[in-house]
Design a protein around this ligand. Structure first.
Ligand code: SIN
Length: 282
């Protein structure tokens, strides 16, 4: 049967069916998959059984496999890796084996606190809770389009500071300590290098201020954008089954996680795709 792309019918997202990605993907299927990724921003395959090297091979359809920048001393010694990051609350030998173990995660894009944030991220689900722990995706092209025209104009050319303390899933304070955490400025409005479309590129977990703007005004504008990003009309929510492989475009999407019971095991394997510097929208 030929591979098929089935749109979620929501703000973004599509399922790709009739393909076993544990096997090498033909050039023509890779082209369809890449096109679906650009069009739908987040794509997924169900019922897969893949090894880490299969996951890396799938990533290579999208670009160069990215490095896992979490400090080694924060990784479980038995599972430490330069490429595969475990997202998990599973405990082995008294230590949790993965990052972001429990609960809700606020909206974010991956690694905007680096000069070259990751282009895309893949997650492969190995263990999932019976309830919750869903990953939500918010379409940042649509959020940009929904901004008032005067704000679109005001934000053109503006830069925001992105910071992150590893391990934070819900930010309940105003600012990270920039002397201690990685941080990097990026455009508030980003031009997607392949589609040419404009996307908002700020998020509540990591963006702290619009540089050069009055503090109160910066806070108000960011709050307005964050409220839009969380509106259901811009979101696709992925309910995980074991064996799902999902890949999303960090250049035009945010993602977040819903809460789930602490006592339920959750294990996902994450491999990223690297990128160049973000380009400012004009
Ligand atoms: C992440 O944001 O890297 C993790 C998402 C999830 O656990 O669903």
């Amino acid at each position: 049967m030929a591979l098929e792309v089935i749109a979620s019918g929501q703000a973004c997202g599509a399922e790709i069916v009739n393909i076993d990605i544990s096997k090498p993907v033909s050039d023509s299927n890779a082209e369809i998959i890449y096109h679906a990724f650009l069009e739908h921003q987040v794509i997924f395959f169900r019922n897969q059984e893949i090894t880490p090297s299969d996951q890396r091979r799938v990533c290579s359809i999208f670009g160069e496999v990215g490095s896992y920048n979490r400090p080694k001393d924060r990784q479980h010694p038995k599972h430490a890796s330069d490429e595969i990051m475990l997202i998990s609350n599973v405990v082995e030998e008294g230590k949790v084996i993965g990052a972001h173990p429990d609960g809700e995660m606020m909206w974010h894009t991956d690694t905007p606190y680096l000069a070259k944030p990751h282009k895309a991220t893949t997650l492969y689900s190995v263990e999932v809770p019976l309830i919750g722990g869903n990953t939500k995706f918010s379409n940042q092209y649509a959020v940009y389009e929904a901004l008032p025209n005067n704000l679109k104009t005001e934000l053109m050319g503006k830069i925001a500071m992105n910071c992150y303390e590893f391990g934070t899933t819900v930010k309940t304070f105003d600012k990270y300590d920039r002397k201690k955490v990685p941080h990097h400025p990026h455009p508030v409005l980003r031009k997607h290098p392949e589609t040419g479309k404009t996307a908002t590129y700020v998020c509540p977990l990591m963006t702290e201020e619009i540089i050069g703007m009055d503090e109160e005004e910066s806070k108000n504008i960011l709050s307005l954008i964050y409220a839009l990003q969380a509106e259901a009309r811009f979101i696709y929510e992925h309910v995980w089954n074991i064996g799902d492989v999902i890949i999303w475009d960090n250049r035009c999407l945010l993602h977040a996680r819903t809460d789930f019971p602490k006592e339920e095991r959750r294990l996902l394997k994450r491999v990223t795709v690297s990128d160049n510097h973000p380009v400012m929208a004009a």
